[in-house]
Design a protein around this ligand. Sequence first.
Ligand code: HEM
Length: 509
Amino acid sequence: MGVTAALAAAAQHADCISLFTLLVALALAALFVWRASSWHRLRHVPGPCSASLSSFWMLRKALSGRFHEHLRDVSDEYGPLVRIGPNVLLSTDPEVLRMMSAARSPYTKGVFYETGRIIPGEDTVVSLRDEGEHRALRAKMGTAFGGKENEGFGFGAGIDRQLLAFMNLIDSRYISTATQYRPVQFFRKTSFFALDVIGDISFGDAFGFLQQDQDLYRYNEIHDESLPVMNIMSTMPWLAHILYRWPFNLLLPKEGDQVGFGRLMGFAKSLIDKRLQPGAKPQKDMTQAFINNGMSRSELIQQVFVQIIAGSVSSATAMCMTLLCLITTPTAYAALRREVDDALKNGKISSPIAEYEAKRLPYLQAVIREGLRMYPPVTGLGSKQVPKGGDFLNGFFIPEGTQVATNFFGLMRSQSVWGKDADVFRPERWLESDDEQLKVMNGVVDLAFGHGKYSCLGKPIAMMELNKIFVELLRRYDFTIVNPQSPIKAWSAVFWVANDFWLRITKRA
Ligand code: HEM
């Protein structure tokens, strides 16, 4: 190569480099301007500095499995409204949380909810962000969640059937004696119970988790593995759009899979098609009420997923975490057992206990509320979106489009509401408080189920399970924690993922 040619090639190379450098510099400048303007929008709201610049603060905390505690800690440090992301605020103010979800509130569901789709492109009642469509779909669900088509016009019969199946399972396989040791991972069995309840009341038959005492189709295992992914997406909802596209969508569960959510999709379609067949015999369950209220085939299929996913893990968490609190608080355990024993002696409770009987047991009611408070079963951000024109929250102007997340755990452990012993399981607080305090406490603990136009539709089911389960357990059994140093492994990922809740169960003398 001649000298001239070499110089020309070098000059061309230098041109390419400078063009490349210029492009990189422009991209960085654009990124800087974008970041600076997104930081500027909410610069007046307090919060950790790194959280105001990128979503990595949230991601890092979410990946720790202790997101709920980090959120509680920032609200303790910065106040009731904290900036936890470039466009995300965290509210620990019950008034604000109720206002955003009130029936006529102009706030809408935030982008967080888009991660609530089970099948890409198909909305469920959870993921629907369009207010009109959400309202219309909820309206078609009211009768079903009132148990109006179920046998006896309620959920009692189905829950009682599965409660007895649960007790039979414990009696036949998990009673330890002086000579036999049969430890049981109680969280898994409680999930089986919650799933079979949903099967029974929603689809006319239990799935058979309890009867077979098996994690059918590895449902629970795969569910637990998928929650961390959902947790990551909840901090960066745009990731959902990438995940739903090729090639990542190849990794998603597919109809025809033999296990997990794929298996669930196959189940949902065949169940709904069978129920919609001309001449199909009407059943006495929630699906019948959904059909009678005019839900479309695709709405019905999505609702099968919602029933199973929303209806199982949160109830199982409430039951297990409350039982854990009871076993580790001997005074509370003894007080509840005394109340149950007295009611039994005086013929005040049936077998299984009826919900109206349970509601007459004040200590039981205090235990249920205190359990929900200690470990609110839903810990996800549940962000709502600030409406057009913006709004004033806690004295700050918040521009439209801002996402305002719910600090479920922080709210339930807030010393300003619950006092210095907020971290202690103490059902007595519900019995000692005056009417005014009780009103505040009830208003806050009820937020564990959301509020108003977005409130949990399954609350009556969950409350009936809670009203029955502790009485049925305590009247029959004694419990010992197998590993007192680490009674349960539980971490939060939108819901709780709990494992290794090993108990030794003995029959009461
Ligand atoms: C202790 C148990 C439960 C707790 C603490 C709980 C809590 C919640 C929360 C916090 C929400 C979201 C509220 C919001 O978006 O602001 C929700 C929504 C929902 N829950 Fe529950 N839940 C429980 C059990 C159940 C059960 C058993 C079902 C029955 C299938 C159920 C069905 C639903 C449905 C359908 C929604 C969506 C409502 C909507 O977006 O309009 N939940 N729940």
